[in-house]
Design a protein around this ligand. Structure first.
Ligand code: PHE
Ligand code: NA
Length: 447
């Protein structure tokens, strides 16, 4: 994006694709399904949906507003806008904590992107054909237990990300998303169809949508909010950066709605595809981060045309992970490019290597460092938990509070193009509902 010298997205469609490229990724398929399984199903899903609508949507709009007003990278944009509105320069910290969050997330995201690459190859060579649940689980366990395998695939994934970002060819990928995104949806629908045929679809629907509210703890609510931030790429300044490329004529609220519906639909489809396989094979829904890797290959390995469908699925998942990963590396690269004398290629290499190293620590937590604990969590879980449950919500909270309380009314009107009633509704949501939601969830989750 830096190379575009602030050219604006040619069309709303181009912008939606770029934002969806960042939003739709491992978060929808890998993370949503394993978090849902781990957190007991429907109660988690329903709170997640509420968070997406009541907190995610306003914060997405707020981040885009900030970006479009400020027209710079998140740190400078926040500094400028704070100054213009007579507020403390400390607001720039929001931009900085976003860059940090993106950096931390990418380190473990790349490890999972590597799993997806590995499973793409596994599908090509037919590793999963005709295997039963036990052998699929053994394959996954074998990968986790092998630092060298994890290292190989994490490195391969990071190499792809660095290569793409260094060459500044992310635009090309965004146009590829035009084809890949619908293809991914079609494949998910095929998988859901397979789930319906398996006879466990009713159980899946009940698991995902009929809540057992006794499962609802502060921890589950915080996890659900964290998932909403993670999946929508919020609280990282990423959407803020995108907003700076957004034409004045684009309607923020309807565009946000489009991106959110797309992202949410893909997550729900993933759940509807995965849990029938879980129930049909007597697997545990609370399997953890491996959930999609011990379920989907089982379906592909045993369905007609499964080899080619499995290959396509993991290829598309890897692609979706790549477009998200690129958006995660971009902020650190841009910051280095601006604040140091490094060229784009060097800035990409430096940040890529730093992320890669942290990723190595994350992948070792699945085997040799499994008992290295930070606050009682292994390194992988710590990185995931600290970013999704602390950094993202707090940064997102900062963004919405800033827009709601520090922006001049005229700016809000100009940005949102709403009627007077619309503005009042916006104000209630942006000033009270969303911030209170974040704070309450955050505090109850910590207790
Ligand atoms: N939203 C992406 C996903 O769901 C992950 C991501 C998070 C990307 C934060 C960019 C920023 O996979
Ligand atoms: Na997502």
């Amino acid at each position: 994006m830096a190379k575009l010298a602030h050219a604006q997205w040619s069309s709303r469609m181009g912008f939606v694709l770029a934002a969806a490229g960042s939003a739709v990724g491992l978060g929808n398929i890998w993370r949503f399904s394993y978090m849902t399984g781990e957190s007991g199903g429907a109660a988690f899903v329903l709170v997640y949906l509420a968070c997406v609508a009541l907190v995610g949507l306003p914060i997405l709009v707020a981040e885009w507003m900030i970006g479009r007003r400020g027209q710079k990278n998140p740190i400078n944009t926040m500094a400028d806008l704070a100054k213009q509105n007579g507020k403390s320069p400390a607001w720039a910290l929001i931009g900085a904590s976003g860059v940090l969050a993106a950096f931390l997330i990418l380190s473990f995201y790349s490890v999972i992107g590597g799993w997806s690459l590995n499973y793409t190859l596994g599908s090509v060579i037919g590793t999963f054909n005709g295997q039963d649940a036990d052998s699929i689980a053994d394959l996954f366990g074998g990968m986790l237990a092998s630092p060298s395998t994890l290292l190989l695939w994490h490195s391969a994934f990071m190499l792809l990300v660095v290569g793409i970002v260094a060459r500044g060819v992310t635009k090309g990928l965004e146009s590829a998303a035009r084809l890949m995104m619908p293809a991914l949806i079609v494949l998910m629908l095929i998988l859901v169809g397979y789930g319906v045929a398996s006879g466990y679809f009713g159980e899946t629907l009940a698991f995902m949508f009929r809540p057992d509210w006794s499962a609802l703890t502060g921890g589950v609510v915080l996890a659900a909010m964290g998932q909403a931030f993670f999946t929508l790429s919020l609280g990282m300044g990423i959407m803020m950066a995108y907003g700076s490329y957004l034409g004045e004529d684009v309607n923020l609220i309807s565009t946000a709605r489009t991106v959110i519906i797309l992202d949410t639909a893909i997550a729900l489809l993933a759940g509807l595809a995965i849990f029938p396989i879980v129930f049909a094979n007597g697997l545990g829904a609370g399997e953890g981060p491996g959930l999609i890797f011990v379920t989907l290959p089982l379906a592909f390995g045993n369905m007609a045309g499964g080899t080619i469908l499995g290959l396509m699925f993991f290829l598309l998942l890897t692609f979706a992970a790549l477009t998200s990963a690129i958006s995660l590396l971009e902020p650190a690269v841009e910051m280095l490019e601006e604040r140091t004398s490094l060229s784009r290629v060097m800035a990409t290499l430096v940040s890529g290597i730093a992320v890669w190293l942290l990723g190595v620590a994350a992948l070792l937590s699945f085997n040799v460092w499994s008992d290295v604990l930070l606050f009682g969590l292994n390194i992988f879980d710590f990185l995931d938990t600290f970013t999704s449950k602390v950094l993202l919500p707090l940064t997102g909270l900062g963004a919405i509070v800033f827009v709601a309380w520090c922006f001049k009314r005229e700016s809000v009107e100009a940005e949102l193009g709403l009627s007077a009633t619309g503005i009042s509704v916006w104000n209630i949501i942006a000033r009270y509902v969303a911030p209170a939601g974040v704070v309450i969830v955050f505090v109850t989750g910590l207790i």
